[in-house]
Design a protein around this ligand. Structure first.
Ligand SMILES: *Cc1c(COP(=O)(O)O)cnc(C)c1O
Length: 361
């Protein structure tokens, strides 16, 4: 069996021990005589899986008691509508910071439902930095302020959160969930599609402060009302059972094998440092993001020559380092080095880059 190092932005690598456990449990989950894929979501066995998964989210992320943890479908993108429908409910206003395509999509979707303002943007420089904001830039009567915490396509991250005063802060954490500690109490709502750091595609985790739900707009479809899902313990309809089970295994890996989010952060910093240090010393490759806003998860880089970039992508693929092609709006390459990417994967990548640089001077 030859497994590759997969640098895809998502879906992405899962810990090998998780895949092995899932394989071992495929035909008979804990003596139930069935796969988790086959069992009723109303069964006792599955009820324990989803309750354990929620408990793990709460424990690992240190979620305060006045927050609901929901397992929903529709990906991160459905949250772009669900958030305004549920939260833009007092003054019908929300402020957005535009740090890339995902934030922009969220902004455009929200604009269908109310008075939405883009208070800052880094589009002038192809989103290579996080724009500075201060409290005075936000409208006092905004129902929430929206950010995308880690920008998957452009490789930027907020190292410091914007100060929004009393206005609830909402953040898309799809590409950085559980990659390092995060103070949940600073947010009104957090959400993440699972397919980057937690499981396969299919489940979206929403962590929302209780006082923000229960006031959805009248036009809100039942399935897009947080309250409906919160009241039903994420079992209003059939949830993505198997993906929730995989997320549970990944969280057990984070808790038991990695040792929690402080340790996860150390691992991620060590991996990212190896790659960034090389980029800073290379004469051929260059990182595209300003140093102070660099992401630990997504690392875009270029040679400055599109033909050489294409050659790099082709040859790295042949070497078992796959999905390094950059997003079409940035060009070049992007290495996504999520939680499950082992240190050796980044070592192999840097070795390969050194060799490529020597051969293509
Ligand atoms: C991948 C991604 C999304 C979109 O997620 P889907 O589950 O495909 O809808 C949204 N935001 C960020 C930051 C992402 O990385």
């Amino acid at each position: 069996m030859a497994r590759v190092y997969n640098f895809s932005a998502g879906p992405s690598m899962l810990p090998e021990s998780v895949l092995k456990k899932a394989a071992a449990e495929m035909l008979d989950y804990e003596r139930s005589g069935q796969s988790v894929m086959e069992m009723s979501h109303r069964s006792k066995v599955f009820d324990k899986i989803i309750k354990d998964a929620e408990a793990l989210v709460r424990e690992i992320m240190n979620v305060p008691d006045n927050y609901k943890v929901l397992f929903l479908q529709g990906g991160g993108s459905t949250q772009f509508a669900m958030i305004p429908l549920n939260l833009m409910n007092k003054n019908n206003k929300a402020d957005y910071i535009i740090t890339g395509q995902w934030a922009k999509k969220a902004y455009k979707e929200a604009a269908r439902y109310g008075d939405v303002k883009a208070v800052a943007s880094s589009e002038d420089k192809t989103f290579t930095y996080i724009p500075k904001t201060d409290k005075s830039m936000f409208r006092e009567d905004a129902d929430y302020v929206y950010i995308c915490l880690n920008n998957t396509i452009y490789g930027t991250v907020y190292h410091e959160l914007p100060d929004t005063g009393d206005i609830p802060l909402v953040a898309d954490i799809s590409s950085c969930i559980m990659s390092e500690p995060l103070d949940v109490s600073k947010f009104g709502l957090l959400f993440a599609g699972a397919q980057k750091n937690l499981a396969g595609a299919g489940v979206t985790i929403v962590i929302v402060r209780e006082d923000l739900i229960g006031n959805a707009m009248d036009i809100t479809p039942t399935m897009l009302d947080y309250k409906i899902h919160a009241d039903a313990g994420s079992l209003y309809n059939t949830p993505p059972c198997y993906t929730i089970y995989i997320a549970k295994l990944v969280m057990e890996w984070i808790k038991n094998e990695v040792g929690g989010l402080e340790k996860m952060k150390e691992r991620n910093e060590k991996k990212a440092k190896l790659l960034y240090d090389f980029l800073d010393s290379s004469e051929l490759f260059k990182g595209t993001v300003v140093a102070e806003d660099r992401s630990l998860m997504n690392v875009p880089f270029v040679t400055g020559d599109t033909e050489l970039d294409a050659k790099f992508v082709k040859e790295s693929t042949e070497a078992g380092l796959v999905n390094l092609k950059g997003h079409r709006t940035v060009g070049g390459m992007r290495a996504s080095i999520y939680n499950a990417m082992p240190y050796e994967g980044v070592e192999k990548l840097v070795e390969f880059m050194k060799k490529f640089e020597a051969e293509n001077k």
